[in-house]
Ligand binder design. Structure first.
Ligand SMILES: [Cu+2]
Length: 413
């Protein structure tokens, strides 16, 4: 990847002639429905969320004596001695937006016909239709005070809003507060626009693998006047938005119990052998394009792709024929202080995502390189290769139904 100067926001072209008829600013959706998200426009602000706030909840003062550790802890029992509670949220403030998330089971059919059990955060207002891997999107605007109510089921769970950095109590890491026995309302402020993740932090390797994660998007405030929404505060405008969320599945793990391995017993969580691969909720089948990862755009539009690696593999992303810029890494914007440059990725060049890595990329179809490519063809293959962390070999290599190579396309219409 080569360093290039990022354009200043003032130099970023506004909507072009045909793009004027296109969508304005970012997409907004209550649940994570990628096909609906791409090229969908609606107003942002409080109504960008699953439920408009403020919520009907009330706060209180938990018993701070009973936190973090349940009884005497040892090296062997570190994982299973976490205090479980459902206290009122301390330092309660009125929310501007709020969400409900309830733990639910969800079955997904794999390409060989096998049906696997997943655990997801369901949006209570939407019900079973919101059951998906990844779990429903949490989308808020910079400056929002956010409440997320978690309702646990069977065993305890938490929600950790990864990278958001709320107070210790609201961070959803059991050993610094508690695991949620029945329900808890997490409270946090949306300070930094970008792409984030939320996930359960109980028996984390297993619960994350089971599907207890989703995307968090913090949008900047819209531009005054035009009301268009940029990728981040002072960042570029965009016309089309897509999420690429990568996941890999070891079916053996999906037979394990809620607390498997927590109290020191060896259940093989050190062995991960993925046999199935997903992009944005679509299960990859060998030789078949993943429809949910597809992007359609017009020839002069700017595409924002929010990539999240929820796999335990490294994911190598290749875009045939198109150049693009990495504009944000792990929720933090490039092109402004303290990371002053976008990273240009040339056509065909690889971008590698480690586990939990996020990259926001901007594909400007109007750039000279991309315009020249579009003159020759209209469909560009996008490739997502899942490789082993240590050996860098493709996962499940040679499998007739699902090897670690998913693909889709960017189609210029
Ligand atoms: Cu959990």
């Amino acid at each position: 990847m080569a360093d290039i100067e990022s354009p200043s926001p003032a130099a970023a072209p506004a909507a072009t002639a045909t793009a004027a008829a296109a969508v304005t600013g970012a997409a907004a959706a209550a649940t994570f429905a990628p096909s609906a998200l791409a090229q969908t426009a609606s107003t942002l602000g409080p109504k960008s969320t699953g439920m408009p706030g403020p919520g009907p909840f009330s706060g209180g003062l938990p018993d701070f004596k009973n936190l973090a550790t349940d009884g005497v802890e040892s090296y062997e029992t570190f994982g299973c001695k976490v205090y479980k509670d459902s206290p009122p949220t301390p330092d309660w403030q009125r929310a501007s937006v709020w969400f409900d998330r309830r733990i639910a089971s969800h079955e997904i059919k794999m390409p060989d016909g096998k049906i696997l059990d997943f655990w997801v955060f369901e949006d209570e207002a939407v019900g079973s239709k919101s059951r998906n891997v990844p779990s429903p999107l949490i989308r808020v605007q910079q400056g929002d005070l956010v409440h997320v109510r978690l309702k646990a089921a069977k065993g305890p769970h938490t929600i950790h809003h990864h990278g958001i950095e709320p107070t210790t109590f609201n961070d959803g890491v059991g050993h610094v507060s508690m695991e949620v026995g029945t329900e808890y309302i997490y409270q946090w402020e949306a300070n930094t626009p970008g792409t984030w993740i939320y996930h359960c932090h109980v028996n984390t390797p297993l619960h994350f693998e089971m599907g207890l994660y989703g995307a968090v998007v913090v949008d900047p405030k819209p531009d005054p006047g035009t009301r268009r929404v940029r990728a981040f505060d002072g960042g570029p405008l965009y016309d089309v938005e897509q999420f690429w969320v990568f996941d890999d599945i070891d079916p053996r793990w999906h037979l394990l119990e809620h607390g498997a391995g927590l109290c020191g017993e060896d259940v093989g969580l050190n062995i991960f052998e993925p046999q199935y691969f997903m992009v944005t909720g679509g299960v990859s089948r060998r030789g078949t394009s993943v429809g949910k990862a597809r992007i359609t755009a017009r020839a002069n539009q700017k595409i924002l792709v929010r990539m999240i690696n929820a796999a335990y593999s490294q994911v190598r992303v290749r875009l045939e024929g198109l150049e693009y810029d990495v504009i944000s890494v792990d929720g933090h914007a490039l092109g402004k202080s303290a990371w002053n440059r976008y990273q240009r990725v040339a056509p065909g060049e690889e971008l590698v995502l480690a586990t939990a890595n996020r990259y926001d990329i901007l594909i400007d179809l109007a750039s000279p390189v991309n315009q020249a490519a579009i003159l020759k063809k209209k469909s560009f293959r996008t490739e997502f290769e899942f490789v082993d962390w240590i050996t860098w070999k493709r996962q499940n290599l040679g499998d007739p139904v699902a090897e670690g190579l998913a693909f889709s396309s960017i189609d210029v219409v």
